[in-house]
Design a binder for this molecule. Structure first.
Ligand SMILES: NC(=O)c1ccc[n+]([C@@H]2O[C@H](COP(=O)([O-])OP(=O)(O)OC[C@H]3O[C@@H](n4cnc5c(N)ncnc54)[C@H](OP(=O)(O)O)[C@@H]3O)[C@@H](O)[C@H]2O)c1
Length: 256
C-alpha cells in the first residue's frame, strides 16, 4: 500500500461501526493509521468494537436520526481529537413489506435512519471539515440505490438508498468548494446481522447465481474501496457511486 492510501493522523467517524460492514470499515481504517470513532446506539456493542481496534480509538453513543445526538457526537470527537477528517454514513436498517401493508412508522424508521441520519451527520461533520478546509464523506448506499429488488417489497429501503445516492451528488457539488469530497459505495449482498436470516435459504443461492462473481460479499470485500475513498488517493474523486457487488449491477440479470 503506497502512502497515498494511508490514513495516518486522520480522525474517522463510522456510524453503525459496531457491526457488519461498519465494523469491517472501522478495523480497516484503524489498521491504515486513523483514529476511529465508532458510533451506534448500543454502548456495549460500540465498546466491544473499540476493544478490537486497540488503543487510541473512541466509542460514542449515537442515534443518527436524532439531531441533538449527532451534534453531541461531533462535539465529543472534536473535543477528544481536535478534528474530524472522515465520515462514513453507514448506519442503516431494512424493512421488508408490501407497499400495501407497510406501516407509516416502519417507513419513517427506515427513512429517518438511512436518509435523514446521513443528512444530519453530513450537516454537522461538514461544518467541522469546512473549518479545517478538507474532509471525506463516504455514504454507504446499496445496489438498491441504483435499481429496485426483483420482486419489490424493500420499499422504504430502496427509496432511502436511491435518495442517499442523490444526497451524495448534491453534497459533492456544494462541499467541493470547502475541500470536502462526498462519494458513495453501493454494496451488493453481504452476510451481516441485517441479512443473517437469509443464510441457508434458496435466496442465498439465488444471489450467487445472479452475481457474476458467483458469491456473496464478505466484510473484507468492502474495505479496499472505503479506504481508497477516505484517502488522499481519492482527492480528485467526487460525487461517484462505486458498486462493490461482484458485478451484480453491471448485469441485466436475465437467465439465458
Ligand atoms: N448487508 C448487506 O447485504 C448490505 C448491502 C447493501 C448495503 N448495506 C448497507 O450497509 C450498512 C451496514 O449494514 P450491515 O449489513 O453491516 O448491517 P448491521 O450489521 O445490521 O449493522 C447496522 C448498524 O447500523 C447501526 N444503526 C442502526 N440504526 C442506527 C441509528 N439510528 N443510529 C446509529 N446507528 C444505527 C447499528 O448499530 P446500533 O443498533 O447499535 O445503533 C449497526 O451498527 C447499511 O447502511 C446497509 O443498508 C448492507
Amino acid at each position: 500500500m503506497t502512502d497515498a492510501f494511508r490514513l495516518d493522523g486522520k480522525v474517522a467517524l463510522v456510524t453503525g461501526g459496531n457491526s457488519g460492514i461498519g465494523e469491517a470499515i472501522a478495523l480497516a481504517y484503524a489498521a491504515a493509521g486513523a483514529r476511529v470513532v465508532v458510533g451506534g446506539r448500543r454502548p456495549e456493542r460500540n465498546a466491544a468494537t473499540v476493544e478490537k481496534l486497540g488503543d487510541g480509538h473512541l466509542a460514542v453513543t449515537l442515534d443518527v436520526a436524532d439531531e441533538r445526538s449527532v451534534e453531541q457526537a461531533v462535539a465529543t470527537i472534536v473535543k477528544a481529537y481536535g478534528r474530524l477528517d472522515i465520515l462514513v454514513n453507514n448506519a442503516g436498517v431494512g424493512q421488508r413489506a408490501s407497499v400495501m401493508e407497510l406501516e407509516l412508522a416502519a417507513w419513517r424508521r427506515v427513512l429517518d435512519t438511512n436518509l435523514t441520519g446521513a443528512f444530519l451527520c453530513t450537516k454537522h461533520a461538514a461544518r467541522q471539515m469546512s473549518a479545517q478546509g478538507a474532509g471525506k464523506i463516504i455514504n454507504i448506499a446499496s445496489i438498491y440505490g441504483l435499481a429496485a429488488p426483483s420482486k419489490g417489497l424493500l420499499v422504504a429501503y430502496t427509496v432511502s438508498k436511491h435518495a442517499v445516492v442523490a444526497l451524495t451528488k448534491v453534497n459533492a457539488i456544494e462541499l467541493a468548494a470547502h475541500g470536502i469530497q462526498v462519494n458513495a459505495i453501493a454494496p451488493g449482498w453481504f452476510f451481516t446481522e441485517m441479512t443473517g436470516e437469509l443464510k441457508g435459504t434458496d435466496f442465498e443461492q439465488s444471489v450467487c447465481e445472479r452475481t457474476p462473481t458467483g458469491r456473496w460479499g464478505e466484510a473484507g470485500d468492502i474495505v479496499g474501496a472505503c479506504q481508497f475513498l477516505a484517502s488522499p488517493a481519492a482527492d480528485f474523486v467526487n460525487g461517484v457511486v462505486l458498486p462493490v457487488d461482484g458485478g451484480y449491477s453491471a448485469s441485466d440479470g436475465l437467465r439465458r
